[in-house]
Design a protein around this ligand. Structure first.
Ligand SMILES: Cc1ncc(COP(=O)(O)O)c(C=O)c1O
Length: 394
């Protein structure tokens, strides 16, 4: 007897950049060809134009491209004067670079608790950290706009004035996000973005940029990214080679034109996930934490924030088992982030212990990012949620 054919269901990826490329291939090739014809690969018109277009888009006076989001954070911190004998308050629930960039400046990171509803840095935790006596002067506070939703910038703005600290935005995940009517990148003293390929505005390799409304700071970061030099072979200070290539700038210029449409699609997808999860009975409105009764809880969308859903993240009961089940069903998921930064081995010298920042530790055990990219299809979202429902019904 012939066997019935095995129906292989198409996998649902976390991110499929090929779909994006298909939609912009001609524009990208034209842009790359433009650079190839000039054979001008570092600096030049493409970079200048990208910086100008980004600054206009974000509503700031200056944008400076650099080699990565990590460098963007590091150079921003250096430019505002973070260094030895200073400290910076930030979140433990972020990508490693949010804290390593502080250490790289020779400063001490101070990690404050997150808000369990949004998982962004909690202003109350920062306030406590600022009031606590410490040997190092707190020079800056660095909120991270996690998953594409701005941290509470009203509160951080107030703290900047009251405590005389600079606010440095880690906006790596938030190009196009807003707090009230202002864009991420224009909300603090200086901000850092990443163009890593998985980001919502992404390059074809590493890249990043720094934005600010302060002319002095802008020229300082431009110097720092270019060996501390304004004029070739004359060095006012020690800087590094951290530049954004013309090829990357050309790709980013193409993508910037599509960004609002892509971000809007992400918001529509997030809204659909929300509906599917709630209608599927997986979410209980009154649930404070995940349990067998309410296996999924949703993160808060803060009314002042225009969330661009760089990631769509839920809290899940029995997260690890759910992940394995979804993988078996061909559905990709990710955990951002499994270990909060205060418990990373390399930061043990800071002296934090398990239990010091319980909300960050709980989030690390519960968060699960579902597939999210503008080209994700409705049937794929339905499959994701149906598989989650199946797991909890067994
Ligand atoms: C919050 C956050 N900060 C900093 C970075 C560092 O950016 P990059 O990978 O471009 O160095 C990333 C991205 O990976 C990030 O998500």
């Amino acid at each position: 007897m012939p066997q019935p054919p095995v129906v292989q269901r198409e996998a649902v990826p976390m991110l499929d950049l090929k779909r994006q490329y298909t939609s912009i291939a001609e524009e990208v090739q034209t842009a790359l060809d433009r650079v190839l014809k000039t054979q001008h690969f570092i600096g030049g018109t493409e970079l200048d134009e990208f910086e100008r277009e980004s600054a206009d888009y974000l509503g700031v006076i200056a944008c400076a491209g650099c080699a990565s989001g990590t460098d963007a954070l590091w150079l921003s911190l250096l430019a505002v004067g973070v260094g030895p004998e200073t400290s910076v308050v930030t979140t433990p629930f972020s990508f490693f670079a949010s804290v390593s960039s502080i250490v790289r400046c020779g400063a001490t990171p101070v990690l404050a608790e997150i808000d369990p509803a949004s998982l962004n840095l909690d202003p109350a935790g920062v306030e406590n950290a600022l009031k606590r006596p410490r040997s190092h002067r707190v020079r800056a506070v660095m909120p991270v706009h996690l998953y594409g939703q701005c941290a509470n910038m009203d509160a951080f703005d107030r703290m900047a004035h009251e405590h005389k600290v600079d606010i440095i935005e880690d906006a790596a995940q938030a190009f196009g996000a807003r707090w009230r009517d202002k864009k991420a990148g224009s909300l603090g003293k200086i901000a850092a973005f990443s163009f890593y390929p998985t980001k919502n505005l992404s390059a074809y390799g590493d890249g990043g940029c720094i934005t600010t409304d302060d002319k002095e700071l802008a020229s300082h970061v431009r110097r720092l990214r270019n060996h501390g030099s304004r004029q070739r072979y004359y060095h006012e200070e020690i800087g590094w080679n951290s530049r954004l290539d013309a090829m990357q700038a050309a790709v980013l210029r193409v993508k910037l034109k599509h960004l609002d449409e892509w971000n809007q699609k992400r918001r529509t997808l997030a809204c659909r996930y929300h509906g599917l999860l709630v209608n599927g009975g997986l979410v209980q409105a009154d649930a404070q934490s995940v349990s067998s009764r309410a296996p999924i809880t949703l993160l808060a969308s803060v009314p002042e924030a225009f969330h661009i859903y760089h990631q769509y993240v839920i809290r899940a009961w029995r997260r690890e088992e759910l992940r394995v089940f979804l993988t078996q069903q061909g559905i990709a998921t990710e955990v951002y982030y499994p270990v909060p930064l205060h418990l990373q081995e390399c930061f043990a010298y800071l002296g934090y212990r398990v239990g010091d920042l319980p909300e960050s530790e709980r989030a690390a055990k519960e968060v699960l990012a579902l597939p999210m990219f503008p080209e994700l299809r409705e049937d794929e979202q339905q499959r994701v949620v149906a598989a989650i429902a199946e797991f909890y019904s067994r």
